[in-house]
Design a binder for this molecule. Sequence first.
Ligand code: PGA
Length: 249
Amino acid sequence: MKPLIVANWKMNPKTLKEAKTIFSFLERGIKTIKKAGIVLCPPFLYIPSFNPKNSNLALGAQDCFFENEGAFTGEISPFQLKDLKCRYVILGHSERRKHLKEGSEIINEKVKKALEAGLAPILCIGESLEQREGNKTIEVLKEQIKQSLKGISKKKLKKLIIAYEPVWAIGTGNPCPVSEAQSMGLLVKKTLSDSYGKALSEEIKILYGGSVDSENAFFYIKEALFDGLLVGGASLDPKEFLKIVRSVC
Ligand code: PGA
């Protein structure tokens, strides 16, 4: 399976001009890359300006609302994203859990609607430093998976992607030790397998995210056997991002 490398630009860059420059650089670099799938998740506003010509490059969003249309000021529907050629949507990112107080119930609704619209949700899960230090990681991850997928039928879950992103590793330059990440990746697989069966759990891609760079990317894919990576800060530097992609091909 080709690794899936997802670029999460978060609320960056500040101007459309800069965004277009990064995008063109990426698009040129990606031409020679065949052995990885790349997903670019820019801020909503920039999505209509990008029209990837390479089939290895897909568009995604960083969030969506849990209704298809209606009186929901400021929100973006999964159908609107689909209409603008998005194929993926990041949901439950820890920055939204923290700054917008998004909880599992809302995330669960969003996952349902994203799947209904035909998007592949990239569901982010991960423990805080406090939870890790209190030996609560396993419990937290299992609970986040259970709550976020509540009421979703097995056959709808084929498109699901889970990103294990320890909160303490995000944007800190302090990535999760590879062996620890591997154990958590296996725990996610086992939790899925226990609930939905081995066959389906093998179809669901599991990504690692948290301070990924071109020095450590290789180990998460080749040693810890993740199916891909969710890259934040390093994805805004197109040279570094392409280095990451090349290192795992
Ligand atoms: P980071 O962010 O690579 O900057 O740690 C990852 C993420 O938040 O998805």
